[in-house]
Design a protein around this ligand. Sequence first.
Ligand SMILES: [Zn+2]
Ligand SMILES: [Zn+2]
Length: 270
Amino acid sequence: MFVDYHMHTPLCGHAQGAMEEYVEEAIRKGLREIAFSDHLPFVHLPADHPWHGRYAMRMEELPGYCEAVLKLRERYPEITIKLGIEADYIPEKEKELEKLLSDYPFDFVLGSIHMIDGWPFDDPSLIDEYANRDIDDLWDRYFALFIAAARSGLFDSMAHPDLIKKFGFFPKANVQIHYEKAAQALAQAQVCLEINSSGLHKPIGEIYPSAAFLRACLARGVAVTIGSDAHKPTEVARDFPKVKELLRETGCREAALFTRRQKTLQPLTF
Ligand SMILES: [Zn+2]
Ligand SMILES: [Zn+2]
């Protein structure tokens, strides 16, 4: 594996380590290309909302984040460093998101669903809320948001595509229908699917997406991006041998790279 397109920085408030350390770890692990993809400020919340600095960087930090990535690019010519961002899809704020994303020279924009009606369902400290929810309904709503995000034209790749499985709450209904519909939306919109190894270290203990979801996407010609979702330097490219195994067993032979939002496909050599 030669690429890691998902890594954070301390700006989001829940990651550690200097940006240089992420780059140096990537070089040490033999990667040829990386993208920082820290959390974009929330366009639907006021600047002083407590979620800024907890889940995402503050609006006033965004220009400095972009400059820091561009500086690292000059400082480490031995590795290709892309300016990425991870943006929450906020359905009623598509225009605002589009504007904010166009204000900076991003190479790569990851789209994410971390919230269902204002509840950050992937935050372990808020896990009790699952007891108040109908899990079938939650999965329906997660995938409705995922599909709307894929179709929005705002994103290059959809991050941790089945994040809703994080704590192991599965619906009674067959999940395959969700995978098929999501795959269809990604294929039509020509948006990539992220293979994200961080799920291996969460209660579910499995890569995002599941092999079944990935297969549904590959069958429709959806391209993939690869990311560790590193929140510390040591997590860069974490468990990529397992990612490789999944890609091999599902017959995925290419990974997508992005420059100023333009996709190119690179063969995977294994
Ligand atoms: Zn995320
Ligand atoms: Zn992330």
